[in-house]
Design a protein around this ligand. Structure first.
Ligand SMILES: N[C@@H](CCC[C@H](N)C(=O)O)C(=O)O
Length: 259
């Protein structure tokens, strides 16, 4: 029997498991893929284990819906913070461990989670797109009409092109909607579909918007499942610090599944 919670952050949804006793087999990809399946299982864009980690309040172990361990997940990170708070692992400020290293986060009075993201290393600026790693790899391209845009077809073609076919990449399409606002749609690696939101993706889009359009922090970002914001400090050419992803992290239900 597996006891779990379902959480969503701006519509990016996750199965959350309290695995402080480390009893979940992280190599059982089939089980994770089954649990994330929207027809045969619980359904989710990913699955997250909360584990203990020395020197931190907790560790977040993140799997994509395909059953394999993923890289950093920004929306999942916010949901993990809210879940860890419910488990009594911290009071209002936390530091936790994830695939890309340490993160800090706070939970405010309106239950919004402010999550510090690790700065991207090299940012590639190409003629029609950006590529950077904000904890997960992200391709970013600016578009003019995201409402009438085939994100799945375009995203899938880029994710499977010669450059990305092997390792994969997440693919984001961003539209400037104001002086400090964007709309973003994302095709996610590991889900292999468009998701309602991607936290590491909007982080990459905010940075790309600063480089391409001199857009200033904080940037408000509309995604299919809600509203997110990304703040940052520009500390040099294509160098950023204090990158904060802000958004909701909402428990949906708790249940158990016999497996
Ligand atoms: N939804 C996530 C991104 C998760 C990482 C990704 N699917 C991958 O492994 O590349 C987010 O909110 O950042």
């Amino acid at each position: 029997m597996i006891h779990f919670w379902k959480y969503q952050g701006a519509g990016n949804d996750f199965i959350m498991i309290d695995d402080r006793d480390a009893s979940f087999d992280i190599n059982d990809h089939e089980k994770v893929a089954f649990l994330c399946h929207r027809r045969f299982g619980v359904g989710g864009d990913g699955l997250i284990l909360i584990r203990l980690k020395e020197g931190y309040d907790f560790e977040m172990v993140y799997f994509n819906a395909d059953g394999h361990i993923g890289t950093m997940c920004g929306n999942g990170g916010r949901c993990a913070v809210r879940f860890a708070h419910t488990l009594g692992l911290f009071d209002s400020k936390t530091s936790f461990w994830a695939a890309d290293g340490a993160h800090e986060a706070t939970l405010d009075d309106q239950l919004l989670v402010h999550l510090k993201m690790n700065p991207p290393g090299d940012i590639e600026v190409n003629s029609d797109h950006y590529f950077m790693d904000t904890g997960s790899p992200h391709y970013v391209r600016f578009e003019n009409d995201l409402e009438n845009f085939d994100c799945v077809t375009e995203g899938k073609a880029i994710r499977h092109n010669e450059r990305f076919a092997k390792e994969g990449t997440n693919v984001n399409f961003a539209q400037v909607t104001g002086d400090q606002s964007l709309t973003v749609r994302t095709f996610e690696r590991g889900v292999e579909d468009e998701t309602y939101a991607c936290g590491t993706g909007v982080t990459a889009c905010a940075i790309a918007a600063n480089i391409e359009h001199n857009m200033q922090s904080p940037i408000q970002i509309k995604v299919l499942g809600g509203d997110l914001a990304v703040g940052f400090n520009k500390v040099g050419e294509k160098k950023y610090s204090d990158i904060i992803l802000t958004g909701p992290a909402t428990p949906v239900f708790k249940a158990e599944i016999k497996i």
